[in-house]
Design a protein around this ligand. Structure first.
Ligand code: UDP
Length: 253
């Protein structure tokens, strides 16, 4: 696995090849809402799909994990008096809806896709089969992993780290609302500074809002670099793949 994107612009540009061969992009459900309070903005999903399409066109193998927080979160259901496990299954079903929305937007743009769900749903999509997913990517298809890990009490961040490791990805890309990891929320604190690089231990010790602790631990144990960038900046995904642009890399050192 590579240690992170090649941040020396010239060397990547000269070589004319992307900094990564295979990546997993995690997009939270909230990123699909746009300015809405709830649900899916087809306009935002379309923009994200266009960016994914341009990365596929660079020859990078791409798989996706989509969250479900724009529709349902298990903790909210539990807070409202539901049994946590049932509420979490509802959250996982929400991620399947988002996966289908992203699949649709990608295919409209000519990108071949397959959705694989951790909860088998035969008439909607494929079940999760690791070797089959790898084969799809080798054929240039974008594989969208739905239903998280398939287990309650987990998150789609952990599902993203798990699938990235299983797929042998060179990096886990986390598309967020801002262009990296900051010392504080830059939308609330104008003095917040952006980190270029962090270690897994920095993230855990300082409780930085990158991904949840189990996702960070899984990435750390398997030497999987995490690259945090803005999902809303047009073309940012392709820029990061080319080793340019603004992002924060989380690695071991
Ligand atoms: N979920 C789960 N197991 C998983 C992944 C997700 O139970 O492996 C449920 C959980 O209830 C979570 C919801 O699905 O709240 C939506 O996922 P998440 O909150 O991770 O989505 P995001 O914050 O990325 O939109």
């Amino acid at each position: 696995m590579s240690a992170g994107p090649d941040t020396t612009e010239a060397s990547t540009a000269e070589a004319g090849r992307p900094a990564y061969r295979r990546v997993l992009l995690k997009v939270s459900g909230e990123a699909l809402m746009g300015t809405r309070e709830y649900g899916i903005s087809t306009e935002v999903v379309g923009k994200i799909a266009a960016d994914i399409g341009s990365v596929v066109a660079m020859g990078v193998e791409v798989c996706l994990v989509i969250g479900g927080g724009n529709i349902f979160r298990g903790v909210s259901g539990a807070a409202a008096g539901m049994e946590r496990a049932s509420a979490d299954y509802m959250g996982m079903l929400a991620t399947v809806m988002n996966a289908l929305a992203v699949q649709n937007a990608l295919e409209k743009r000519g990108v071949q896709t397959r959705v694989q769900s951790a909860i088998p749903m035969a008439s909607v999509c494929e079940p999760y089969i690791r070797r089959r997913a790898i084969r799809h990517m080798e054929k240039g298809r974008v594989v969208i992993f739905a239903a998280g890990t398939g287990n309650p009490f987990f998150t789609t961040d952990t599902a993203a780290a798990l699938r990235a490791v299983e797929m042998g990805c060179d990096a886990l890309l986390k598309g967020t609302q801002v262009d990296g990891v900051y010392s504080a929320d830059p939308r609330k604190d104008p003095g917040a500074t952006r980190y270029e690089r962090l270690t897994y231990l920095d993230v855990l010790a300082r409780d930085l809002a990158v991904m949840d602790a189990s996702a960070i631990s899984l990435a750390r144990e398997n030497g999987l670099p995490i690259v945090v960038f803005s999902i809303h900046a047009p073309g940012a995904f392709a820029e990061v793949m080319a080793g340019r642009g603004r992002f924060t890399v989380v690695t071991d050192n």
